[in-house]
Structure formats: structure tokens, C-alpha cells
Design a protein around this ligand. Sequence first.
Ligand code: DP6
Length: 361
Amino acid sequence: MADESQKWVLMVTAQTPTNIAVIKYWGKRDETLILPVNDSISVTLDPEHLCTTTTVAVSPSFDKDRMWLNGKEISLSGGRFQSCLREIRCRAGDVEDEKKGIKIAKKDWEKLHVHIASYNNFPTAAGLASSAAGLACLVFSLAKLMNVKEDHGKLSAIARQGSGSACRSLYGGFVKWIMGKDEKGSDSIAVQLADEKHWDDLVIVIAVVSSRQKETSSTTGMRETVETSMLLQHRAKEVVPKRILQMEEAIRNRDFASFAHLTCADSNQFHAVCLDTCPPIFYMNDTSHRIISIVEKWNRSEGTPQVAYTFDAGPNAVMIARNRKVAGVLLQKLLFYFPPQPDTDLNSYVIGDKSILKDAG
Ligand code: DP6
């Protein structure tokens, strides 16, 4: 290395939004490589409101790899972090910063350690896909730091090994994670179906029903589902392949009725599969169920869907309104049914139109 002083630090900061699946990933066929039992489709959210910001730094004075999440040091010993670090390190290129007099040759990366500081601007592990944004951001920022020349598809396959849903956060807009056929996972990658400008009338409203960490992690939950649920086999083989095609068509044609129908049905089937797991997994709570009823009743009374809802591995509701006007009415309804009270646990965020209603309670 050119620098003798050992005092330099090279840093890169990146921001990655989270994504919400409208056709869910639930179940792995390979736990180590994180290969799913079905394709999935997601919407990447506006980075302004739900995103991870990660700074990665390298210096010859660092004696080991370390990571801090929201200011607290966490262990990097887990296999998933190590897989991502290993995959990025072995693709690292030469790096030169003339101003700082830093020169790192490809072969030096094996000897250098990194420090990683990551912040979520939303509740961590509360079913708002924090791991998706986190791992995607980690892979993206490390790739930048180490001058990795891979395209987004290849990077998505690395992020996938950190957390399955993370592979979809490498792209904006509508994204499909192709399950792939290769048992080594080379074709299990994310692809962009449509960019963020396509169908930009949609407004996403998230009701944070609870910001507490979920009891059953997605990883544990889906392992138990794979081991015990017969419904999952039917879902993965019979239901999802058809829904993927229908969803792609709905997105292409900006067909909200079809999009909403598929999104709600898929969320409900995912939670049915959780109930079909032994022991059953309950991610939604009474407030989640009330939100479903309110939206279903409203959609029926209008004759055509106005809002789609979807719930991940937690009680928080993600609602997709067909346009900004509908999103305004939706917020009014939420405030009417869940009036602001000092002890309320419901905060609403409006995503997509740059306005934010936070801490409605
Ligand atoms: C319900 O990607 O968090 O949000 O791959 O084990 O890290 P691991 O699981 P994770 O699971 C996400 C599940 C989901 C559905 C989805 O995002 O598709």
C-alpha cells in the first residue's frame, strides 16, 4: 500500500429504501444460499421516509470488522453477514484516491478490515422490511467502497444471501425476485419490472400499528412453515406462479382493480399459511384486522377498489391508494377510526407524495 502512516480512512455512504412485497416471498428451498420456493414482486418505497443509511469505512488501523446498527454495536459473526462480506471482498478491485494519497490494490482487501455504521429511519424488525433495506444498503455501499464492478443483478444475488427480500431493494419501482432453477443460486436474482416513474399516481400509506419487534422472525417463521404447512406447497406451486403473471400484467397496464385484488389476496394467503404452520404464527393483531375490514368495506361500497392493503411479518398495515386524493380520504378514515389518543400505538406515514404525517397519535 502507498500510504505508510496507517492513519487514513476511506469512507462511502449510501442510502437504500425498503421494499414491500405485493406477492410475498415465504419459504426457502435452501436456507444457506437463501433460495426461495416461489417468485415474488415488490414495490420499492420512497427513500425519503423508510430507508437505511449506511457508512462503510476501511483503514489499515482497523484490527477487525465491526458493525453498529442504530448506534449500538452488533455481532458480525452471523453466517449471512460473513457471506455478503466474503462475496464482495472476493470481487474487490483496485482503489485510488489521489487527493488523500490512498492506493489499495485488489489483493490488499483480504488484509483490510471494515467498520460499518447503519441507521434505519423507521422501526427495526417490526415487520417493515428493515432487513431488506439494511442488507441491500450494506452490499451496495461495500461494493462502492471496494470498487466492485458487478451489475445490479449480480449485487442482488449477493444481497439475497444476507436477507432474501434485500435483493429487491437494489432497484426502485416495481421489482421481481426470480426464484431461479440453479441450485447454486446464480439465477436467483432481482430484476426491475418498471421504474419509479411508471404508475406514479400510487401513494403508499403505512399505519405503524406497533413498533415493537416481532416475536417470530421471518427466518424462523418461514422455516417452521416449510416444515409443517401443506398449504405452502399448494401456494408455491399452484397459486403464486399464476399470480406473478397476473401481477406483471396489472403493473404493465396500471390496472388498479387487478393490482389491488392480487395484493390483498396474496397478503391474506401469506397470513393463512402462517396460521397453517404448527405451531401457528400470528403476525397481525386486532387493529390489523380492523384495518382490513375498513378497507374491504370501503372498496365494496365504491364498486371498484380504491386501496390495497398488505401486511408483512408484523401487524403494521401497508396501504396503497390509487391516487393522492384517495390517500387523503384514507388518512381521514384512519384518523376517524383510530382517533389520536395519548396512548395510541398507531402512527401513520404517507409515502410517495413527499408529505408525511408522523405520530398521528
Ligand atoms: C413477509 O427477507 O426478512 O416480508 O430471507 O430469512 O431474511 P430472510 O427473510 P426476509 O423475509 C421477508 C418476508 C416477507 C415477505 C417479502 O418481503 O416478500
